[in-house]
Design a protein around this ligand. Structure first.
Ligand SMILES: NC(=O)c1ccc[n+]([C@@H]2O[C@H](COP(=O)([O-])OP(=O)(O)OC[C@H]3O[C@@H](n4cnc5c(N)ncnc54)[C@H](OP(=O)(O)O)[C@@H]3O)[C@@H](O)[C@H]2O)c1
Length: 291
């Protein structure tokens, strides 16, 4: 039995689909059933379900809002992670804790390895790093920490959906072309998590991002291209044109050495994944928004 915390979020819902496809039993708990900021609530729920695997996909993910609400973000991303790790340890459940590329500073110039030093440049990154540290403190030998980035799918709000919406309505977009990262299909990440567990990957930190890298501009351009929209509508701009409350890492391309060392394949190239994802994204927009 698996337990997915944050089961109604984007990744949580993709995980549900991945586990259903594998005929694995699971309980997916949304915030209403288990608020991870409440230690006893987490422990009681975990004891009741007695899962063999817990995935903590619950998080404060509002990166800019975290700058002015660091304590509230910390309560979920750090204290919540500690509560989950503590409960998983007590129940002897394997824990998969989901983290982020934002634990890094973004000053690297080549793919960042799993054990590179962390130096977050945002409140969100600090709280997520504190969450990783809590998981290592409470349950290092029973947990996988999986860092991901730039998640998208047809579920929940994300950059790919926003760009697809604009493409389908033939709107121009100006998109940042000096931040590098890895667009990652949330369904691929869900599948990867299932694989890590299935293949008994050793405890430790892994990077779960699609291979290759892109800027936000290249990501947007690929979406316009896949939807057969005029590429001249997509204009590259520097990040200074879109100042945000939180600083973003300018280079956060993650290496996948640990995945290879565990005998698994890294996630497929981001462009291949995006081509696979786009029909469902376009269909959702057409059905729900009549685009
Ligand atoms: N999205 C990305 O681009 C991205 C990038 C890097 C890393 N990540 C990491 O990937 C994981 C999954 O992200 P996602 O895209 O699926 O995010 P998401 O769609 O925002 O899902 C997060 C879920 O956590 C829930 N949650 C928030 N506070 C909670 C609490 N106190 N107790 C229980 N549940 C709570 C949210 O519920 P409400 O909707 O009610 O708030 C939401 O359903 C997170 O760990 C995130 O940090 C995401």
């Amino acid at each position: 039995m698996w337990l997915i915390l944050g089961g109604e979020g984007q990744l949580g819902r993709c995980l549900q689909q991945a586990l259903l496809a594998r005929d694995l039993n699971f309980v997916a708990a949304g915030r209403n059933e288990v608020d991870i900021t409440h230690k006893d609530e987490v422990s009681n729920f975990v004891q009741q379900v007695s899962p063999s695997v817990i995935v903590n996909a619950a998080a404060w993910t509002a990166v800019d809002a975290a700058e002015d609400n660091e304590e509230a973000a910390y309560a979920v991303n750090a204290l919540g992670a500690a509560h989950v790790a503590y409960a998983a340890h007590l129940a002897k459940s394997q824990l998969v804790h989901v983290s982020t590329d934002y634990v890094f500073s973004g000053t690297a110039q080549s793919p960042i390895s799993e054990d590179a030093p962390c130096a977050p440049v945002s409140a969100y990154g600090r709280t997520k790093l504190a969450g990783e540290e809590a998981v290592r403190t409470h349950y290092a030998d029973g947990s996988l920490i999986v860092r991901t980035a730039w998640l998208y799918s047809s579920l929940g709000a994300n950059f790919a959906l926003t760009m697809a919406r604009r493409a389908l309505t033939h709107q121009p977009v100006r998109v940042v072309n000096d931040q590098f990262g890895q667009p990652t299909f949330a369904h691929d990440l869900a599948e990867h998590i299932a694989q890590l567990v299935h293949h008994k990957a050793p405890s430790g930190t892994y990077h779960g991002t699609n291979a290759g890298h892109a800027t936000w501009y290249e990501f947007a351009r690929e979406i316009y291209d896949l939807l057969k929209c005029d590429l001249d509508l997509v204009t590259p701009v520097p990040g200074t044109e879109y100042p945000t409350r939180a600083t973003r890492p300018s280079y956060s391309v993650l290496g996948h050495e640990r995945t290879h060392a565990a005998g698994l394949n890294e996630l497929r190239d981001w462009k291949v994944a995006l081509a696979d994802a786009m029909p469902a994204i376009a269909q959702k927009l057409k059905m729900e928004e009549n685009l």
